[in-house]
Design a protein around this ligand. Structure first.
Ligand code: TRP
Length: 444
């Protein structure tokens, strides 16, 4: 490490907040609610919970263990664990993958910031047709790219500050604020007339969903995206973790926190949407078209819009720090350059990777891959290929490649029964289910 001390979290709570901040992002706020609703509500939630428990949680534990053991970045950690094998390619794929994930994530984060600022200034209320407002906005070539650049710049400033003074400090401030906003919005939404319809939409059992393979695929995909696993993020954050804290316990808190925040977001959004007789639409549409229309109808809507889009911006930022930190950690070690130089350089490169996704709605409108525009293609390739591939590789490495004794030791499970269950999940359950989902997505 070029003679440098590897950085470390100031406290365990700081690590947990940063890890939950990474997991909780745009994926929890609109993607979770919509995917859950689309896939039958309660049965989806059950399958999702099983995916989180038997696939997601074991992989989070594996990532933290590999990282803490090596006290190093994604590539170094796999090399450290098995110098004689090519497992480090898993880390290499994660480093490259993060360029694309953050590139595309930054575009949507930029949309969120634009809406937040417009809610503050009042510009958001100049129309009552948010469908044209939104499509008109993203069809401009310049403005969305500027907001995207601002979100990337904020991310760079925080990550350049380092682990304790940058990432940990920002999460310590942002996460409690975001939690409070979310609980407030959920509480408010639940008091509205007709809120129960929203609850029914989310939780009403539709048992036929159990027989649809697409529900399983949706649940695995959502579990991966929402936790943010497979891209060495918890591995990199775990590299800054001191020994002496139980990894399984930390992972359980992180996973529970992420799931709870997703549920809260669903409780904030759907009761309100149904209460005003609106339709729960898909993906970006929900946050950027349906919700502004909804806020306009609500008495305190102007304030709620500021809170909601502020929440979206903050949640996106805390995820962006973690995605940037993966390549930053790697390139600091490889180049020996300062954190600041590396972070700025990578920020600019990753921003550029994201720009075509933004321009896919304007000057690059004619560029499409299959039926998808550039942003949709990024999203599709990442969620359905990159993350599952990274997840399988991490599970297989820990289950088979690392050595049973070593894996149990480094994860703090030692010789416990639950440790054996953990390994079984990594060896069989995770890889088999991910592979099934992977193939069904590729073929249908
Ligand atoms: N989990 C975050 C969300 O829900 C996004 C995220 C953070 C992510 N790190 C990741 C997604 C790594 C994929 C891979 O929005």
């Amino acid at each position: 490490m070029a003679g440098q001390e590897h950085e470390q979290w100031a406290s365990r709570v700081g690590f947990l907040l940063a890890a939950i901040g990474s997991a909780a992002g745009l994926g929890n706020i609109w993607r979770f609610s919509y995917v859950a609703g689309e896939n039958g509500g309660a049965p989806f939630l059950i399958i999702y919970a099983l995916c989180i428990l038997f696939i997601g949680l074991p992989i989070v534990i594996a990532e933290i263990s590999i990282g803490r053991n090596a006290r190093g970045d994604a590539v170094l950690a796999f090399r450290h664990a098995r110098p004689d094998r090519a497992w480090y390619l898993t880390g290499g794929m994660a480093v490259i993958g993060c360029f694309f994930i953050l590139g595309f994530y930054g575009v949507i984060a930029g949309w969120s910031l634009k809406y937040f600022v417009s809610a503050l200034s009042g510009h958001l209320w100049i129309t009552d047709n948010y469908s044209t407002y939104f499509s008109g906005y993203i069809a401009q070539p310049i403005e969305p790219v500027i907001w995207q650049a601002i979100m990337m710049a904020l991310t760079v400033i925080v990550v350049a500050g380092g682990i304790q003074k940058g990432i940990e400090a920002a999460n310590r401030f942002l996460m409690p604020v975001l939690g409070l906003i979310l609980v407030f919005l959920a509480g408010y939404s639940l008091t509205l007339d007709g809120a129960s319809q929203g609850l029914a939409f989310l939780f009403a059992p539709d048992w036929s969903a159990f027989t649809r393979p697409s529900v399983y695929i949706a649940a695995i995909g959502q579990a991966f995206f929402s936790l943010g696993i497979g891209m060495a993020i918890f591995l990199t954050y775990g590299g800054y973790l001191a020994r002496g804290h139980s990894i399984p316990r930390a992972a359980a808190i992180i996973v529970a926190g992420d799931t709870l925040l997703a549920l809260c977001a669903g409780l904030a959004i759907f009761p309100a949407v149904f209460s005003f007789g609106l339709n729960p639409a898909e993906g970006p549409e929900l946050a950027f078209i349906t919700l502004p229309g909804l806020f306009q109808l609500m008495p305190a809507g102007k304030w709620l819009a500021i809170l909601f889009f502020g929440l979206l911006v903050g949640a996106a930022l805390t995820s962006m720090f973690s995605i940037l930190e993966v390549p930053v950690a790697y390139f600091i070690r490889r180049t020996g350059l300062s954190r600041r130089t590396v972070t700025v350089a990578l920020g600019i490169i990753i921003f550029s990777v994201g720009v075509p996704a933004s321009l896919g709605y304007s000057v690059l409108k004619s560029a499409s891959i299959g039926s998808r525009n550039i942003l949709e293609f990024y999203d599709y390739a990442i969620s359905n290929f990159l993350l599952p591939l990274g997840g399988i590789a991490t599970a297989l490495f820990t289950g088979w490649g690392w050595g049973k004794a070593k894996a149990l030791e480094e994860s703090d499970f030692h010789d416990s029964t639950i440790g054996k269950i953990w390994l079984f999940c990594l060896r069989f359950i995770g890889p088999i289910f991910i592979a099934l989902a992977f193939f069904s997505v590729s073929f249908f």
